[in-house]
Design a protein around this ligand. Sequence first.
Ligand SMILES: Nc1ncnc2c1ncn2[C@@H]1O[C@H](COP(=O)(O)OP(=O)(O)OP(=O)(O)O)[C@@H](O)[C@H]1O
Length: 139
Amino acid sequence: MTERTFSIIKPDATRRNITGKINAVIEEAGLRIVAQRRVHLTEEQAKTFYAVHAERPFYGELVGQMTAEPVVVQVLQGDNAVARYREVMGATNPEQAADGTIRKLFALSIGENSVHGSDSLENAGIEIAQFFTDADIVG
Ligand SMILES: Nc1ncnc2c1ncn2[C@@H]1O[C@H](COP(=O)(O)OP(=O)(O)OP(=O)(O)O)[C@@H](O)[C@H]1O
């Protein structure tokens, strides 16, 4: 089934100027980038986005990393896009990520792991709506 998922290319990647390399992996995996925008997240935006992790010990570090440099927010479209993108990203910890995945190829650490992708279709809808209107998405 054709789905849309939400993606963030994180500050560790924008800082290293590798957003194009990451987009190439996304596109080669059959996902279409149907909306994309560069944004420097405010602390409030990052805290809201990662509110589910508020009680975790790494929350402060995560918010700090996500606001350190601009990010690229994206909507990706394709067959089973939510699960497919999770596959393409690889495991949260790059040491455990499979060969060919974005995190295996580019991530620096479990925190600076280059990309975010929605973990469910429901969350994808919620996350997309935080950054894009329907008019921004051209499928
Ligand atoms: N142990 C940790 N130490 C530091 N940062 C962490 C740790 N665990 C997770 N993070 C950071 O928090 C983010 C969200 O954690 P989560 O467990 O939801 O991972 P994920 O589902 O693989 O990633 P994401 O939600 O970003 O797509 C991770 O992508 C990572 O940047």
